[in-house]
Ligand binder design. Structure first.
Ligand code: ZN
Length: 222
C-alpha cells in the first residue's frame, strides 16, 4: 500500500451523482437489499480517473490491474452507509483479492489504514515486509487490521510479490556483474536510477521493493 493522491472528481459523477443516488434510495425503499448500479459508478470515465490516481494499481495491495481484475470498491460499504454509493471519495480501485467482502465489514475502516487518507510515513509505521511477506510493524493493531481486512497476506499475493522480487534480484545481479567486470564498488548513476525505479509509486509492490532494497542493497541506492 502507498499513499494515493486522488484526482479531482470526474465531471460525469458531479453531474449525475444526485440523480443516481436518488434512484438508489428509491430502490432501497422497495428492497432493503438493493445494490447501487455498478454500470453507473463503474462508468469508464470514473474508472479511468481511479486508474490514473493509482497508476493502474490496486489501492490496497499495489498489484497492477488488467481487464476483468479491476473492481471498484466502496471504501465504506454501501450496507453501512448507502448515502456514499456514488461518492467520489468513497470509490477505490481494487483487485478481487482485496475486494473480497467477507472480512470487509467485520473490521471498521477507521481501525485500518486508508491509502487515500494516510501518508506513506503513516503506512510504513504500521506495515512492513520480510522479503515478500507482509507483516505489521511492531505488532501495530492498525497494521494487523489492514492486513486482515484486505487479505494482504494472501498466498496469491506472496507468490506475485515473490516473483517481483526475483525480477529485481535478476536486475541487481546483472548490475553487480557489470561492477565486477569494471572493477567498480559503486553503481553508475544510470544503474542506481534503474534500481531506485522499483521504489517509485507507479511500480507494482513499490513499498515492499523500497523496504527490501533499503534493507539489503543500501550501497546501490546511495
Ligand atoms: Zn489488491
Amino acid at each position: 500500500m502507498r499513499h494515493i493522491e486522488r484526482l479531482p472528481e470526474p465531471a460525469i459523477l458531479k453531474e449525475k451523482h444526485d440523480e443516481w443516488q436518488e434512484k438508489f434510495d428509491k430502490a432501497k425503499k422497495k428492497n432493503s437489499k438493493a445494490r447501487p448500479d455498478s454500470s453507473k459508478y463503474g462508468n469508464p470515465k470514473i474508472r479511468k480517473n481511479l486508474e490514473d490516481s493509482s497508476y493502474g494499481k490496486c489501492f490496497y495491495c499495489e498489484s497492477k490491474l488488467s481487464g476483468a481484475s479491476k473492481e471498484i470498491d466502496h471504501f465504506i460499504e454501501v450496507t453501512i452507509n448507502p448515502k456514499m454509493a456514488y461518492t467520489w471519495a468513497n470509490l477505490y480501485l481494487s483487485c478481487s483479492n482485496c475486494n473480497d467482502k467477507a472480512d470487509h465489514n467485520a473490521i471498521p475502516v477507521d481501525t485500518a489504514l486508508d491509502p487515500c487518507r494516510d501518508s506513506d510515513d503513516e503506512i510504513q509505521a504500521n506495515i512492513t515486509f520480510d522479503d515478500e511477506y507482509i507483516c505489521s510493524q511492531c505488532n501495530s493493531l492498525k497494521g494487523l487490521n489492514t492486513i486482515k481486512k484486505y487479505h494482504l497476506g494472501a498466498e496469491l499475493l506472496d507468490m506475485k510479490r515473490g516473483k517481483w522480487l526475483q525480477k529485481i534480484m535478476k536486475d541487481i545481479i546483472s548490475i553487480q556483474n557489470q561492477m565486477r567486470i569494471d572493477g567498480r564498488c559503486l553503481p553508475t548513476i544510470d544503474e542506481r536510477q534503474r534500481i531506485k525505479r522499483y521504489m517509485q509509486p507507479d511500480q507494482p509492490y513499490s513499498l515492499m521493493s523500497k523496504i527490501y532494497l533499503e534493507k539489503n542493497f543500501d550501497y546501490l541506492l546511495r
